[in-house]
Design a protein around this ligand. Structure first.
Ligand SMILES: *Cc1c(COP(=O)(O)O)cnc(C)c1O
Length: 382
């Protein structure tokens, strides 16, 4: 007789989180329905102040998504045709899409095989290559804090200073992460984050924010998110976009911010269970020294594509949620083929076949995490 099937373990469990948030969330939403200021209502300013305090940044400007945050940051610098924007090849498409939309050229950089973060040796080589070719002007570097860990911002700032590059932190997956006790938000000239529901601090819809220490940049971001508006309503100083965060989403985020630190601690506890249970079974993610991860994603590496696919099938069969971030490096995607110069980026090119993300949401129990690890162990070691 077959044993009763074990209950599924979801990759993400927003229903459990919603139940845990309790009546505080409803009270926040009801307050918005009562005052009716759906665009730039009081919750938006309250959230911006709290987020800036949370990460220690001077300014927070909330926007409509992480992608729009990246776009507004590059628009404010006037990045466009003829400019090279350096970014890791192993990231979500939004990082590279934005410079292309503005007419600039993304220059893909390889990543570190252990931490998956942008590789500074490759970055130096790519900058030298662009300078040598003489067709593009090196303008900006977008460091992505992939999967919740910080990129090497001290290293990135040093290289950027040497070459006069604007530094943009794509912190979409890593808001709440810290390096040497300092939360991300002021590691670069501008920091962009996302409140997409699956991100560590997720809304119930799209949302994002920009952080900066610069008064001038913050003022530009506010203008650009409202069609380039000046001090007067309907005074149009520049071409901007409709890039505001909804008041309803700000209300959701205020309720979630109250429990956010506890959620990061819970994700860290799950990561430690996986680290311990999977040591020697798969390659567990290398920790960036001195960093606290926000653990958006816990990705392991299998020895080959075939072993990864088999492990994935075993998790699927056991009703355990899993995902592959990302099956291909960006320069291997059809949409980016034309803008890539053909340089081989061997690490980024090899990760997609071997990587596998395990569930790590804050409502996952120790018991569930142990079951995930045990299922993976059996799949790998037999
Ligand atoms: C999610 C994500 C974005 C885009 O954020 P949205 O809010 O979905 O627009 C950008 N960069 C990275 C690395 C992301 O993971």
């Amino acid at each position: 007789m077959d044993a009763a099937p074990l209950p599924p373990i979801p990759f993400l469990d927003l229903k459990a989180q919603q139940a845990r948030l309790g009546p505080g969330l409803r009270a926040r939403l009801d307050a918005v329905l009562a005052h009716g200021q759906y665009i730039l209502g009081p919750e938006v300013a309250e959230l911006e102040a709290k987020l800036a305090t949370f990460c220690g940044a001077k300014h927070c400007v909330s926007v409509s998504s992480g992608t729009d945050a990246l776009q507004i940051a590059l628009m404010a610098e006037g990045v466009g045709r003829g400019d090279a924007v350096f970014l890791p090849a192993f990231t979500y498409t939004a990082t590279a899409e934005v410079p292309l939309l503005l007419g600039a050229t993304p220059v893909f950089v390889d990543v570190d095989p252990g931490s998956f973060q942008i590789d500074l040796v490759s970055l130096r080589a790519r900058i030298a290559q662009v300078k040598q070719a003489g067709k593009l002007t090196p303008r900006a570097v977008i460091g992505v804090d992939l999967f919740g860990q910080p990129a090497d911002w001290a290293g990135l700032r040093a290289i950027a200073a040497e070459h006069g590059l604007f530094t943009l932190d794509d912190c979409a997956q890593s808001f709440g992460a810290a390096q040497d006790g300092e939360r991300l938000g002021k590691a670069a000239d501008a920091t962009a984050t996302s409140f997409f529901p699956s991100k560590p601090l997720g809304a119930y819809g799209d949302g994002g924010a920009l952080f900066t220490q610069s008064d001038e940049r913050a003022a530009l971001y506010r203008s650009l998110r409202t069609h380039g508006e000046g001090a007067q309503r309907y005074e149009v100083l520049r071409i901007g976009m409709n890039g505001r965060l909804d008041t309803m989403q700000a209300a959701v985020l205020l309720a979630k911010l109250d429990v956010f630190e506890g959620e990061i601690a819970r994700r860290e506890a799950i990561a430690r269970i996986y680290d311990a249970e999977l040591a020697g079974v798969v390659e567990t993610p290398a920790r960036v020294p001195g960093a606290q991860s926000a653990w958006a994603v816990y990705s392991v590496l299998l020895p080959s594509a075939a072993r990864r696919d088999a492990a994935r099938a075993a998790l699927q069969a056991a009703n355990i949620g899993n995902a592959v971030y990302y099956p291909r490096a960006l320069h291997q995607q059809p949409a980016y083929a034309a803008c890539h110069d053909g340089t081989a980026l061997p690490v980024a090119e090899s990760l997609g076949a071997r990587i596998l993300a395990l569930p790590i949401h804050p409502d996952l129990s120790d018991e569930q995490a142990l079951r995930v690890a045990a299922t993976l162990r059996v799949a790998v070691t037999g």
